[in-house]
Design a protein around this ligand. Structure first.
Ligand code: SAH
Length: 482
């Protein structure tokens, strides 16, 4: 009963709050043809120095990472070896044998010198792929509504850690903070923690959040970084373990889990073999199968199969396992069980064991996984069933909800009210951009209203992206997972 009335109050609040989300946003649409247009292909500096302008492209429809298809297998011969290729080859050479796909993926994405994410901006029309926050400001605003509701359910604490894993350009957080800035008590309560391994993206996030450094000692040696979007303090951490404990914690992970390294296993006539990466005689990379069980097959594959339906396992030829996702979820659940709060995980994936989903995307096109490593994004479907098991195993004090589709999440959080409110006060071009963005976030399949070229037809992300919440049981059921 109490739960019911609380959720009524909260959904009533959503209806009241959503149309009134702060509307600096009106100035933050992007219009490819207006005079204050930002060229989506300008440099980082150019883009982030513009006041409140938004580089979200409206005319270029780019690919998201939810895997429309997998590329054909082929061998790839490299022309000149990059720094990362040399590094990978030397690991294989000194190891005296192949490396796992997880090790390859970890190096390719986050090697501190030359990983894919480390030295550049990979998002948007001029990057490699597009994500929901880059599609429309409404995405970050709706995640902001979820965050405010969680803060309400926590009893409006005076201080709360708001953590985002893998903030990319910082767009989601900026839209969340702008949209919620009228809610003063909420804004004042936030200590923001951004978990980001890329120094380049950390700088970009600093600019997107319009951060400033304030001296906090008389000799100016100690400084504190705050965002001028709402005055909250901002700290960066290279990995999730760095986020301090001791405060109620709200965690957002959007398209973070899909970047975590996975192992792949292949069913053979004898048993499951791990798929590994080796260097062939012509010096190109190739896949090989491990002749014996590997540590990963003994540790992680066995555990994942214990969680799965035996009939399903009997039917599939390949299995992907993400130990880092299991470990991270464990940490999140433990933290939330002790400090209170909740986590919202949004990603593409399935609520079951994943078979074969690893994919590489460069400049909005699918390429081969072994093709010029470091120049293409690698990602894999998120195994939401494994996340649930791992969280439930970590603590009895937490509950896991979902996954529900992105369309259900954003719809219940009030995106329809928000789009209506924004449509009331905009130009024809802005309305077009809003409608396209709305469709991409909540629609399914190809947009029926599209009048542009076939290849630019927007594909809705509404049902391919899923959302799951992990919350401390004391907080009750999170909106909108009732
Ligand atoms: N959430 C953003 C970006 C998603 S891409 C958006 O939706 O637009 C993945 C993000 O996670 C990037 O910012 C990348 O640099 C970061 N990242 C990937 N692996 C990481 C790791 N192991 N540790 C910390 N950050 C990581």
């Amino acid at each position: 009963m109490l739960r019911k009335s609380l959720s009524f109050v909260l959904s009533h609040r959503i209806r009241q709050a959503v149309p009134f989300l702060s509307s600096h946003a009106g100035a933050s649409f992007s219009f490819s043809s207006s005079s204050n247009t930002l060229n989506p292909c300008t440099s980082l500096e150019d883009q982030t120095n513009e006041n409140n302008q938004d580089s979200r492209p409206t005319e270029t429809i780019s690919i998201d990472r939810s895997g429309l298809y997998n590329p054909q297998d082929h061998f790839h011969k490299l022309s000149a070896d990059s720094k990362l290729v040399n590094h990978l080859k030397s690991i294989i050479k000194f190891r005296g044998g192949p490396i796992s796909i997880a090790e390859y993926m970890g190096e390719v994405l986050t090697n501190p010198n030359c990983g894919f994410y480390i030295n550049r901006d990979v998002f948007g029309a001029c990057g490699d792929f597009v994500t929901s926050p880059e599609v429309s400001q409404m995405f970050g605003e709706m995640v902001g509504v979820w965050t405010m509701c969680m803060w309400e359910q926590l009893g409006r604490p005076a201080k709360v850690n708001l953590v985002e894993f893998g903030p990319g350009r910082g767009t989601l957080m900026a839209d969340l903070l702008r949209g919620s800035s009228k809610f003063v008590d909420f804004s004042k309560s936030l200590d923001i923690h951004l978990v980001e391994c890329s120094p380049t993206l950390q700088k970009l996030q600093y600019n997107t959040l319009k951060c400033i450094d304030e001296a906090i000692s008389e000799d100016n040696t100690a400084t504190r970084t705050t965002t001028t979007l709402n005055g909250a303090s901002v700290l960066w951490h290279a990995d999730p373990e760095g986020v301090p404990s001791g405060l109620p914690t709200i965690i957002i992970a959007h398209e973070f889990y899909d970047a975590l390294p996975i192992h792949q296993f292949q069913k053979t006539f004898r048993a499951w073999s791990e798929k590994m990466i080796d260097v062939s005689e012509d010096s190109s990379f190739r896949f090989v199968l491990s002749p014996q069980p590997t540590p990963a097959s003994l540790l992680y594959l066995r555990k994942r199969c214990e969680w799965a339906d035996k009939e399903k396992i009997a039917k599939i030829e390949q299995i992907e396992v993400c130990p880092r996702a299991v470990e991270l979820t464990h940490q999140i659940a433990k933290r939330i069980s002790i400090d209170g709060g909740g986590a919202l995980i949004i990603d593409y994936g399935k609520n079951e064991i994943i078979s074969d989903s690893l994919q590489a995307i460069r400049k909005h096109k699918f390429v081969h996984i072994l093709d010029d490593p470091g120049s293409a994004d690698l990602s894999a479907y998120v195994d939401f069933a494994a996340i649930r098991h791992s969280a439930e195993e970590a603590s009895e004090n937490i509950s896991v909800y979902g996954p529900i589709t992105q369309s259900q999440l954003l719809g219940s959080l009030g995106i329809n009210f928000r789009v209506e409110a924004l449509l009331k006060n905009c130009t024809k071009e802005q309305a077009e951009s809003l409608r396209t963005g709305y469709w991409r976030l909540v629609g399914d399949g190809e947009a029926p209203f599209w009048e542009g070229t076939e290849e630019q037809k927007p594909i809705g992300m509404g049902n391919r992206y899923l959302a799951m919440a992990i919350v401390n049981k004391n907080q009750g059921i999170p909106i909108p997972f009732e």
